[in-house]
Design a protein around this ligand. Structure first.
Ligand code: SF4
Length: 359
């Protein structure tokens, strides 16, 4: 690739949907090929309302937000926008229909002067694995060499693996992402403790989008709570969590939801579970229902939060505060119950007085 051509390689990536879990890979992959990546701006109220205006009300919030990000990239003048179709991430494990049909949705509802760089990943179909997916993504830019794509893929995995290692060490998302993109890796002391620990069960696009989740991590941290998520767990822990819940993995997002919930329900350091799902999400509503029943059986307190573009911050904070307050009270009660109060046979020393009196 000549330098002249390399300067023309610009790709827009919307800050939505799979961005929150896959961006470290895309960063390593595209930059290795000489692309300049243009990201959409972080989500704002405007992103949400502009995206919502393109689809019917019942559409889930993450999809509305994603469409808002596409509009943002178009406004920035980006001509080629990456919109992958992630059909199946492993044999017989599928994404929800909205994620699978993302390029079709964007094509049909967003009008503007831009090209959709679409590529299909379908690990349940023959010949639609990772390399074919990557080749499809860069073919419109004239990159066809398998060796070049393979090398870029390795660079993508390097950034992604560094990010995952830092997340599993307990580092917070923003910090792990920032280090990984700078090519750094830092392992923190995982066992920094807090008075209360909760597991936040949701998808990356719900909880790492600060506008969508109304900065739930900052709010919980200010309340003295340590937050654990699916990204802190290994694939094995997530798989074992799914079977604890009694589910078979069919949905690609089962691992983030039932897998993480199943693991944290059995984890004694976790005082409570918070699920956060988007209004209008069919798969999540079924999974949250099952998690609620299992949490009840396990005696683990649980709070189920639902978000949409109209969710008010005041009500959201009140529910969080009430839940955390209850966890603190429960913990204090349990501590009081376990304090070992020993009974002593105490005989006062009266012999000195008695001696004085009897004299
Ligand atoms: S899994 Fe739920 S929240 Fe995610 S895209 Fe599908 S319907 Fe929307």
């Amino acid at each position: 690739m000549s330098n002249e051509n390399a300067q023309e390689l610009i790709i827009g990536i919307p800050r939505g949907m799979s961005f929150y879990s896959n961006y470290p890979f895309w960063y390593g992959f595209f930059t290795s090929l000489g692309f300049k990546i243009v990201l959409s701006d972080p989500t704002t109220k405007q992103t949400m309302s502009e995206g919502s205006a393109l689809v019917v009300t019942e559409t889930c919030l993450p999809i509305k937000i994603y469409l808002g990000h596409i509009l943002n990239l178009i406004k920035k003048g980006v001509k080629n926008i990456f919109v992958p179709s992630l059909q199946s991430i492993a044999p017989k494990i599928y994404n929800c229909s909205k994620i699978r049909g993302l390029p079709d949705l964007v094509r049909n509802v967003v009008k503007g002067d831009f090209n959709i760089i679409e590529a299909t990943l379908d690990k349940s179909a023959k010949g639609k694995g990772l390399y074919s997916f990557l080749a499809e993504a860069v073919k419109p830019f004239g990159i066809t060499s398998f060796d070049v794509i393979k090398k870029a893929s390795k660079d993508g995995w390097r950034v992604y693996n560094n990010f995952i290692v830092m997340m599993r060490s307990g580092m917070n998302y923003k910090k792990a992402l920032s280090y990984a993109l700078k090519g750094k890796i830092l392992i923190e002391d995982a066992e920094a403790t807090a008075a209360i620990s909760v597991a936040l069960i949701s998808h990356g696009y719900n909880i790492y989008d600060e506008r969508a989740c109304m900065k739930i991590f900052d709010k919980l941290e200010k309340m003295g709570v340590k937050v654990y998520t699916a990204l802190n767990l290994t694939d094995e822990q997530l798989a074992e969590g799914i079977s604890t819940i009694g589910h078979h993995e069919y949905w690609a997002n089962s691992a983030e939801m039932t897998g993480a919930a199943g693991h944290y329900l059995k984890d004694n350091k976790i005082d409570g579970i918070i699920t956060l799902n988007a209004f209008g999400c069919g798969p999540d509503s079924l999974m949250v229902e099952t998690i609620t029943r299992k949490a009840k059986d396990a005696g683990k307190p649980m709070l189920a939060l639902t978000i949409d573009e109209h969710t008010g911050e005041a009500g959201f904070v009140t529910r969080l505060e009430a839940f955390i307050d209850m966890l603190f009270r429960k913990k204090r009660m349990n501590l009081t119950k376990t304090v070992d109060i020993k009974e002593y046979d105490y005989t006062p020393q009266t012999n000195i007085c008695e001696t004085v009196i009897t004299k």
